[in-house]
Write a protein of this length. Structure first.
Lengths: 160, 195
């Protein structure tokens, strides 16, 4: 019985550690639901620069925690979303935005995929055109001579 | 024949694009602060009680602003380069920004550090580190909570800024400075700005 209890305690300890940790985080988030909702919405638009494939909303990196604190402070000060995003961009550049503004340097980013799609469509169309003309030329009716040979071959097969 | 030429051409173009793209360092995010005035701050100076320092104190000088912390492993790699730079002494001051000495250290559980002990403990650790590794800095300021770091767009320690006589940031380097970067990029820039 004893080993069972101690292993149970161990398991509980392993589970509850993370639960308590996130509970303290959530407590900080819950004190103003409206502000927290704005914080969540805003920080979903922002890239965490430490783990670059995570949003500031989703990341647990030090810097993301600090930046959430900054954003929370700005929301409390009544700053607009625009002002908050500008605060981030002046410090970390357009890279921090998951939807960077369309301008010279980001043009390839915005137009590139469309351009590739367009090139693909054009290439496919020209390929299909060529192919259908090849198929058309290959499917002319048989000449009388060829028809006779085909006939003969089929007959030979049937006779076997 | 012509067709294969096109396919091959497209393939080579793709390979070149990927080769260049994949060799870019994703940490090398261009800083929007280059060309802009160094953000203002006023922070306590390490080892000089009651003293504070801000960027305007160095107006008229070209200086380096180097972000470091005792928990930062790459700082250890970079440090001899800075010490060497200071020893060669061309008079260019390096100011250290000690970034989140305690809070940035993943090994420290801040919930166990009493609030009133944070600053003294950070000062002690920072000066201890400089004693062990050498102190190339004119002075170091303490960014305990990392707020100044945020104003400078710090996202990975070490980072280094070159700031000109008028207080404009002229260059930012993310990651440790190698002797090569010092000799080929920073020293020429500093020499030019000092003209």
């Amino acid at each position: 019985m004893k080993p069972f209890f101690s292993s149970l305690l161990l398991v509980l300890g392993l589970i509850s550690g993370p639960v308590f940790a996130s509970a303290t985080n959530e407590a900080a988030l819950a004190d103003d639901p409206v502000a927290e909702k704005r914080l969540q919405e805003l920080s979903k638009e922002l890239r965490c620069l430490v783990c670059q494939n995570e949003t500031i909303a989703g990341s647990n990196a030090e810097l993301a925690v600090d930046l959430r604190r900054e954003i929370r402070g700005m929301i409390r000060d009544g700053r607009s979303d625009r002002e908050i995003l500008d605060f981030m961009v002046t410090r970390y550049g357009d890279f921090v935005l998951y939807r960077p503004p369309v301008k010279g340097i980001t043009l390839l980013l915005w137009v590139g995929p469309l351009a590739l799609l367009l090139i693909g469509i054009i290439a496919m169309r020209s390929y299909l055109k060529r192919r259908s003309s090849q198929v058309a030329s290959a499917s002319r009716p048989l000449s009388a001579d060829e028809a006779r040979r085909a006939e003969a071959l089929l007959k030979e097969m049937n006779d076997k | 024949m012509n067709r294969y030429f096109w396919v091959l051409g497209a393939f080579i173009a793709l390979v070149v694009l990927l080769a260049v793209g994949l060799n870019l360092n994703p940490r090398d995010v261009p800083s929007p602060l280059v060309g802009k005035p160094a953000p203002a701050f006023r922070l306590a100076v390490l080892g000089q009680e009651g003293q504070t320092m801000g960027p305007e104190d160095l107006k008229g000088k070209v200086w380096l602003f180097n972000v470091w912390a005792s928990w930062c492993v790459s700082c250890r790699q970079e440090h001899p380069v800075l010490v060497d730079f200071a020893r060669r002494g061309n008079g260019t001051p390096i100011v250290g920004l000690n970034y989140k000495e305690l809070r940035g250290d993943g090994a420290i559980d801040m919930r166990r550090v009493p609030a009133e002990q944070e600053v003294p403990l950070a000062l002690e650790r920072a000066s201890g580190w400089l004693k062990t590794h050498g102190d190339p800095y004119l002075l170091t300021v303490m960014d305990i909570d990392g707020r100044v770091g945020i104003d400078y767009g710090v996202y990975g320690v070490p980072e280094t800024y070159v700031i000109d006589k008028t207080g404009i940031i002229r260059m930012k380097h993310t990651g440790p400075i190698s002797p090569q970067i010092l000799n080929e990029k920073i020293l020429p820039l500093v020499a030019e700005l000092n003209k």
